[in-house]
Design a protein around this ligand. Structure first.
Ligand code: GLN
Length: 488
């Protein structure tokens, strides 16, 4: 049963071939068996899952099935879940049990999904390998002997879905945290247009960039999940007025003489990527061409400056957002000799090194002597990037580019902070511009590990992004169930 995609499972649930209770039990068995090895969940909720599943079967029996009724999912542990511990993978929130539900998780409850648990991640979503988690890093199920990263920050989500420990999961993408982990685990990761999915109740990292989205095994699954997750929310001031409705299966946008201009970013041509990534990317471009797409070269002049701008803007916003963890209202509190000492002790004990580094960078770039040279400059680069994407989308309908330079790296890789930051080169520009981008598997490298490429579109063109991603998925035709633990 765990080999079914979300779309397939939904059909079987609706036809009565399987029940939500059976499907949920199958996933709980998998969690029992592999959960500790993969370390993909911080908290599992088996009782809640069985109750959700029973309620779902009852709704279906009464003829009131909801759109995703009975599908067992993992929730990134950044989304507040009422009555269920929500940690952001930080010691600061190790024992935090919210009294409210995030809009995205509420939307998924309203769609009938079953909650299996809260997925591991980088602390406060800051990182690329999920190694900054207070609860230890999740493992990539594609290679169990040598422990490889499942990516970050949504690495628990990708590890769970790739390993068959959830049928789909939520993620958040501030600078690549859905797309990078999806790419190196052979999953589909969709970062929608900024504002399509509400940020309310999602632990804030960098509010102007934070974007919830789905992580799934197929593009059709992503369309169904995103439809359930998205929607206008008066509780989020940057929520888009429009919702997103996109039923699977997605219709083709290529073939039968259909016209589509697909852009390739000139500036990325000079970026060093692995031979495998290069070869697979070129193969998929050739496929799109043979299906009738017109390939055009477009320029995003500042795209290589996106990384520098991101690592100013994101830490700046983080330093402000994380000021709330002061030991006074909720979360960890370490008593000091006076108020300031309590702040210091609480924050020194509650935050890990990377989170502290980000707050120090953020505070520095916002200080009066640095504001103009760092923060304002970064804001200008951001504006130019958004304009360049707009101009590029006058010359093409959608853009494609790699998701990463290469395959999953060993968790014990000894990289400097800057080397980690550099891994976000292909993903951060889309967050700065607020445009939708989906990472879709484009093939397997020589070492047997998956690689992904992105489809990027104009704001609110999320559906077409998914449609083109589906063509690439079909062309690549990889089996994205890792042989290690998928019982093959
Ligand atoms: N790797 C990036 C960072 O560390 C992106 C994180 C994210 O998207 N949440 O900031």
């Amino acid at each position: 049963m765990i080999n079914l995609t979300l779309t397939e499972a939904l059909q079987k649930l609706n036809s009565g071939e399987i029940s939500a209770v059976e499907l949920t039990r199958a996933y709980l068995d998998r969690i029992e068996k592999y959960g500790a090895d993969l370390n993909c969940y911080i908290t599992t909720t088996p009782e809640r899952a069985m109750a959700d599943a029973a309620a779902s079967d009852a709704r279906r029996a009464a003829g009131n099935a909801l759109p995703l009724d009975g599908l067992p999912i993992a929730m990134k542990d950044l989304f507040a879940t009422r009555g269920i511990r929500t940690t952001a993978a930080s010691r600061m929130l190790e024992n935090f049990v919210p009294e409210y539900e995030s809009t995205v998780s509420q939307n998924l409850i309203n769609a009938g999904t079953v909650l299996l648990g809260k997925a591991n991640l980088d602390e406060f979503a800051m990182g690329t390998f999920s190694k900054t988690s207070y609860f230890g890093a999740p493992i990539n199920p594609w290679q169990m002997e040598q422990k490889l990263t499942a990516g970050g920050s949504s690495g628990g989500s990708t590890s769970a879905v790739a390993g068959g420990l959830a049928i789909a999961a939520t993620g958040t993408d501030t600078g690549g945290s859905i797309r990078f982990p999806a790419a190196i685990t052979g999953m589909v990761g969709m970062k929608p247009t900024y504002g399509l999915c509400s940020r309310w109740g999602c632990v804030a990292f960098a509010s102007s960039l934070d974007t919830p989205g789905p992580i799934t095994r197929t593009v059709d699954d992503a369309a169904l999940m995103l439809t359930a997750m998205a929607g206008h929310d008066p509780l989020d001031s940057t929520s888009a007025p429009n919702g997103f409705i996109c039923n699977a299966p997605l219709e083709p946008i290529l073939g039968d003489g259909k016209k589509l201009r697909v852009g390739v970013i000139r500036e990325f041509n000079d970026v060093k990527i692995s031979d495998d990534m290069k070869a697979l990317f070129e193969k998929r471009i050739a496929d799109l061409k043979s299906m009738g797409a017109e390939i055009v070269e477009v320029s995003i002049p500042n795209i290589l400056d996106a990384l520098a701008a991101y690592y100013i803007i994101a830490p700046a916003e983080a330093s402000s957002n994380l000021a709330r963890y002061d030991g006074m209202r909720y979360g960890l509190r370490v008593e000091g000799s006076d108020l300031i000492d309590t702040y210091k002790k609480t924050r020194a004990a509650g935050f890990g090194d990377e989170v502290q580094r980000r707050m120090i960078i953020g505070t520095a770039v916002l200080s009066s002597e640095s504001y103009d040279v760092y923060f304002m400059q970064a804001a200008r680069v951001r504006r130019m990037l958004a304009d360049s994407f707009n101009t590029a989308f006058e010359q093409c309908d959608l853009i494609v580019c790699p998701s990463s330079a290469g395959t999953a790296m060993p968790l014990d890789s000894d990289l400097s902070p800057l080397e980690y930051y550099a891994l976000d080169l292909f993903t951060v520009a889309m967050n700065l511009a607020g445009v939708p981008a989906c990472s879709v598997p484009c093939g397997l490298a020589q070492n047997g590990l998956p690689l992904g490429m992105q489809v990027v579109g104009p704001r609110f063109d999320d559906k077409r992004v998914l449609q083109l991603a589906k063509h690439i998925e079909t062309a690549a035709g990889i089996d994205n169930r890792p042989t290690t633990i998928m019982g093959k």
